[in-house]
Design a protein around this ligand. Structure first.
Ligand code: GUN
Ligand code: FE
Length: 419
């Protein structure tokens, strides 16, 4: 099927550069972008035309780190640092997902809210529960979300209501992987919660599974200073946190590590060398008093940085808000580093929240030809002064101000899933 989308096209073909095509045309065939143009190609006159005149056609967002079973605690329990926060609020909340009906109800709402806000691709943590993880994958699939979901592994340092026995964790992970539909848009990713949650035996088993089945991995790295000390005492043979993953084959290309707030030069070099992907979660890092990640430095070093909401450490689900938080956080870093480092521009924030994540799913930057169509349409025509603003100004304002209400349509993998 051939489609043409018409409107003001704004995309991020490289870090820091926006390309804006006012009153432009996007050509799409069978869900894939074939090209962009300033005027309507006569060969496409018969295609289905989606007319979004004077609206903004932007790239849809990738949330590269979120905890689906923490959705019920969104916006609550922000008064404790990471380890106390996990023990006081988080494990209790996640333990409720033993109940599959509850999971169904919550995950359906979460999927709807993600799509309503233009997040079409994710890397998500489920809980340790096998059945509820299947439900999460089904609900994401049904809503039109693409990406990865992981059944969490945690066989130590949980709570009485949220912990697995090692053999159950392994057995359930295998059963879950074997039951996944290889043709689905939502695929499995191995998810050891973080080093303190997994015994050496479990980590070793997950590493073998990753290798044997060619699976991707996601986890947490160097988020909080107490966590880092704890990891050091659990693995005295490892000089640094990342080595506790590498030791077991869980620190390779396409491994997503959330946070990396306190990663030093040596750890950053290992991240780069191993082609690990950083999921920067700025709102979570402030809420849990973890620190301010050196994102500008990571980018300068050529590290692959993406963005995550990290709900419910993060309290902002819409990625436009997460982009704004990343920009703000980079300015805090600039202030605290005596103005020696640059902050992120809006164009850079947009790139990190869109193109940078999209690469994880096999796309090229921006609305490149060959990419699967993931786009949103923002209608800001009822906002103050829209008629007097440039498209670039309207784009900028949308990143800071638009909400689900202003997102008139959402396309995911070529299908209109909203509007
Ligand atoms: N580290 C281990 N588990 C978690 C979690 O649920 N959230 C965050 N932010 N960090 C973690
Ligand atoms: Fe997290």
């Amino acid at each position: 099927m051939k489609q043409v989308l018409h409107g003001h096209i704004i995309h991020a073909p490289e870090l820091g550069r926006l390309e804006i095509i006012e009153n432009g045309y996007m050509y799409v065939e069978d869900g894939r972008i074939c090209g962009l143009g300033q005027s309507l190609d006569p060969l496409w006159r018969d295609a289905e035309c989606c007319d979004y005149s004077d609206c903004l056609i932007m790239q849809a967002f990738c949330d590269m780190h979120l905890h689906a079973p923490q959705y019920p605690m969104l916006g609550m329990g922000m008064d404790l640092p990471l380890l106390d926060w996990l023990n006081t609020y988080t494990f209790k909340t996640e333990s409720r997902f033993k109940d599959v009906d509850y999971a169904r109800q919550v995950y359906r709402r979460l999927a709807q809210e993600l799509i309503a806000n233009g997040t079409t691709r994710v890397c998500a943590f489920s809980s340790l529960h096998l059945e509820s993880t299947r439900v999460l994958m089904e609900e994401f699939e049904r809503a039109g979300i693409c990406g990865y979901v992981g059944k969490v592994n945690m066989d130590r340092n949980g709570s009485p209501e949220l912990e697995e026995r090692t053999e159950d964790s392994i057995r359930d992970t295998i059963a879950w992987l074997d039951g996944c539909d290889p043709d689905a848009h939502i695929k499995p990713i191995l998810t050891p919660r973080f080093t303190p949650s997994c015994t050496d035996e479990l980590m070793a088993e997950l590493g073998s599974m990753a290798k044997a089945r060619g699976l991707r991995v996601q986890s947490h790295l160097s988020e909080n200073l107490s966590e880092i000390d704890w990891v050091g005492s659990l693995h005295p043979d490892c000089k640094q946190y990342w080595e506790t993953y590498e030791k077991y084959g869980l620190f390779g290309p396409y491994t997503v590590m959330a946070h990396c707030v306190h990663s030093d030069a040596r750890e950053l070099a290992a991240i780069k060398r191993n082609q690990v992907v950083v999921a920067h979660c700025p709102d979570s890092n402030i809420n849990l008093i973890s620190g301010v990640a050196p994102i500008r430095h990571m980018l300068d070093e050529g590290i692959w940085v993406t963005l995550g909401s990290d709900i419910a450490g993060g309290a902002i689900l819409p990625m436009m808000g997460v982009i704004a938080a990343a920009i703000r956080s980079s300015k805090v870093r600039r202030i605290s580093e005596q103005w020696h480092v640059d902050f992120l521009t809006v164009a850079e924030g947009y790139y990190l929240g869109t193109s940078s994540g999209a690469r994880y799913f096999g796309d090229k930057d921006g609305f490149a030809s060959g990419n699967s169509l993931h786009a949103i349409v923002v209608d800001d025509r009822d906002q103050v002064d829209t008629g007097r603003l440039s498209v670039r100004e309207r784009f900028e304002r949308s990143i800071y101000r638009a909400d689900a209400h202003d997102i008139k349509a959402v396309y995911s993998a070529g299908v209109r899933v909203k509007g």
